[in-house]
Design a binder for this molecule. Structure first.
Ligand SMILES: *Cc1c(COP(=O)(O)O)cnc(C)c1O
Length: 398
């Protein structure tokens, strides 16, 4: 039955993903189960999305409550959940205004358009180029893949869009030298996610802010993966004590429901006027009611405090593991956004974990990523560590 189902899936679904041979049927908290009754502890969380875990009861209730009232009316009208969510985000961030959309790529599209429009409005049409970083990931639409510093993602889609430049990550001098009088904005993930959980050196993010100030360049933080508590702070840039001009969010904002957001300071945000940009589904009452509940639960339950505590514990345990298994070359990350570099390929380890009932993934060939729901317990972390210990010992790949 399972084999037949997978055959059917592979005959009708677009061939854009290589999927693991499991059919996930349900979940609760940090646990998922498949159609054969196997249980998995989830350290992927739908790729840093389900921060409050699966089927979070408060979110289900907020969603069904709103579903009984109103799904959608378009942005031709006001709705209360959208305004409440925007108010919450403005009150908890550097920003004055929020544009809602449906995904991370769309949020970055909006940010890129806003940065161009800002300078266009000031008669500086030559300032239209976006400076991005090598090994970045900003999405799969044309503008965002053009801003993505990974050849494998751009390959086959030439001509990609004009107007994007790249500098190496974590090199402030190179960034400064790459900005010129055609640059309108720098876009950067405070920690690179898809690039392999690459963390900036101390002082780098601060230096980027300073360079942008000195050159009057807009600074966009892509917090699609790092945002909404993932690193132990609501937004990762809070760790560095600097603020962007524009920030993008998506992944965890809806705990699995599709929503993206672009936030900006008034001076920049006001470059968008009625008609400048739009999204039919952006900020529907249905999804924003649920997203607001996500943020309220995070606040009420001190989810970020828990994330900082278990994140530090998790990292320590992985560092212990590194001492026993030299095949592990580095452990890095903040909060519950943790990566582990290996001297071997990650995929066999991911597959071995799956067999033992743990979901992890490998965003780059030799990197393992751990981004569990933020409600993960030390007990479940211990279980994964034990599993990894056995796998590394047995594989004798040291
Ligand atoms: C996932 C991701 C995106 C793209 O988000 P989608 O919702 O898949 O379009 C953009 N930027 C970063 C940093 C991401 O991790």
């Amino acid at each position: 039955m399972k084999d037949e189902f997978i055959k059917q899936a592979e005959s009708v679904i677009a061939t854009t993903y290589k999927r693991f041979p499991v059919i996930i049927e349900g979940g609760r908290g940090c646990t998922l189960w498949d159609t054969e009754g196997n249980e998995y502890t989830d350290f992927v969380a739908g790729i840093a999305v389900c921060n409050l875990g699966h089927a979070a009861p408060e979110i289900s209730r907020a969603l069904t409550r709103q579903a009984d009232k109103l799904f959608h009316v378009s942005n031709l009208y006001y709705t209360v959940p959208q305004v409440d969510l925007a108010t919450w985000l403005v009150e908890h961030s550097f920003a004055d205004r929020v544009f809602f959309c449906n995904s991370g790529a769309e949020a970055n599209e909006a940010a890129i358009k806003l940065a161009r429009k800002y300078f266009n409005d000031r008669g500086q049409t030559q300032r239209h180029r976006i400076l991005a970083l090598e090994l970045s990931f900003h999405g799969r639409t044309f503008a965002t893949l053009s801003a993505t510093g990974q050849e494998k993602i751009r390959k086959g889609f030439d001509p990609i869009l004009n107007g994007f430049d790249f500098a190496p990550f974590d090199d402030a001098d190179a960034l400064r030298n790459s900005i010129n009088d055609t640059t309108c904005a720098v876009i950067i993930e405070p920690i690179q996610g898809e690039g392999g959980i690459r963390c900036p050196s101390p002082g780098y993010i601060e230096a980027v802010r300073k360079i942008c100030d000195e050159t009057h360049t807009l600074l966009i933080f892509d917090e699609v993966q790092t945002g909404i508590g993932r690193t132990g702070r609501l937004f990762a840039h809070e760790h560095f004590g600097v603020k962007p001009d524009i920030m993008t969010l998506a992944k965890a904002l809806g705990n699995g429901l599709p929503i993206g957001a672009m936030l900006a300071k008034e001076e920049v945000a006001s470059a968008f006027q009625p008609g400048s940009h739009a999204s039919t589904f952006g900020g529907t009452p249905l999804i924003t009611a649920a997203a607001l509940e996500v943020l309220r639960v995070m606040e009420r339950e001190n989810v970020m405090g828990h994330c900082r505590e278990v994140g530090a514990y998790f990292k320590d345990r992985l560092l212990d593991l590194q001492k026993r298994h030299p095949v592990i070359t580095e452990v890095r990350g903040l909060g519950l956004m943790i990566g582990m570099s290996l001297s071997v390929e990650g995929t066999p380890i991911v597959n071995a974990c799956l067999e033992k009932g743990f979901l992890i993934n490998s965003p780059q060939e030799k990197v393992l990523r751990f981004v569990p729901p933020l409600i993960i317990t030390k007990h479940k972390i211990d279980a994964l560590i034990e599993c990894l210990d056995e796998i590394f010992a047995k594989k004798q790949i040291n």
